[in-house]
Design a protein around this ligand. Sequence first.
Ligand code: BG6
Length: 483
Amino acid sequence: MAAGIEAAIFVIVGGRGDLARRKLLPAVARLVAHRAIQKQFHVLAVGRKDYTDEDYREWAREGLELAGLPAEDIAQWCRECLHFQSSSDDAGGWKAVEDKINQIESQHGLPGNRVFYLAIPPRAVPGVIEGLGGVGLNVGPGYTRLVVEKPFGRDLESARVLNQVVHEHFDERQVYRIDHYLGKETVQNLLVFRFANVLFESSWNREHVKSVEITVAESLGLEGRAGYYDNSGAMRDMIQNHVTQVMSLVAMEPPVKLDADSIRNEKVKVLRSVLPISPDDVVFGQYAGGTVDDEIVESYVEEPDVADDSATETSVALRLYIDNWRWQGVPFYLRTGKRFPERLTQIAVRFREPPVSLFDPGAASEVRSDAIIITLQPDEGFELYFDVKTPAADMQLKTLPLEFRYADEFGTLPGAYETLVEDILMGDQTLFVRADEVEEAWRLYQPILDNPPVPERYASGTWGPPRSLSLPHSTGDHWWVDD
Ligand code: BG6
């Protein structure tokens, strides 16, 4: 058992949903299987269905087996530790949940530590928080923690209102806003990479860095999520949260300590230093038909439940500037998109050219800027590109990488939800987004959301509309992957 994890009950509101089955239950079951948490750990799924504990265990078991967990271990764990309570949104419904919690706690001798994980659509979140607060489930005999999934609001105003609702019933110290990118091992490693290695940190600034690029590309399309995505789009779905979180970790100053607030203070400072983004520096795209992974795929507007005239963006590329001492004048390029040629999350930090060039790269030279490429997924690792002389040839240069791959050294990495669930149980808020941080991230993009550019079409299987590909050219930059 990991030090600091106490016996608890983990309540999944929306326990019959896709997130619970695909991510949460497998994450919890893996933690149990690896002995990170022990048996006195119970999961209570809350849903609208009229299920018994047994019905739910059967449903969960299938999901857990699909997640590749050993059937025997799962059966035992489900039998002993999984429970279900059907609930309505009214006070009676929440009272029933409270009774069930009390019953499980007294039957198994639990100390009253409770986590409420809201795995429900965003529109249902305020009502559930009111419901929990209304029956007094916001405080308990032990600790009580509230976990809210992304998206947190759909703009600055709704995020503020949601924060108010949360704070009416819960103290910020109880609140865990999830951005699952922060749970990825490679994203956390950014802190170690930057602050444990003087070599990199000493050149991590405007003196040496020419540009920073963060690409979060997906080859997948809508995957049947039109109901959510068509009202959201890539800006709200990816840029405001995942991409911006990665940017904050790349750009932040060293924290005073490695605790949650010290780190989050530095991340917020980055967001507050971003200059207003010029509308000319933002390109929205929407995928047309094309070929991805050798398969012919249809356009966004042909996806089920998407209107023919939908103006939802499925890709965003933008340039912004962080106006502080470290980064003033260095362009940050952020981009994301669905139906890009491959799944790839990558940071490219390009270094400036030497102030005086002694070497005239001849026609046969293959020279790029020196760069650090950090691949967050898949094929996690990094490369440091630098120039070498091609042997025998007459001062012809070639840019080559020194490489490190996680898989070679560490094998399979733990999933993000496993890390995040463990941190919630440990009471460590470092990898969770604080109230002011989420609002600052919305504030940054609000002018774009207020006046969104018209999405330009791009063929599925390409890196976005032509104008997004040429966006960096005006400052003499290039996207690393298209270079
Ligand atoms: C989710 C978005 O938050 O992240 C999805 O809603 C996206 O649209 C997903 O596909 C990407 O996550 P990952 O971990 O597969 O990169």
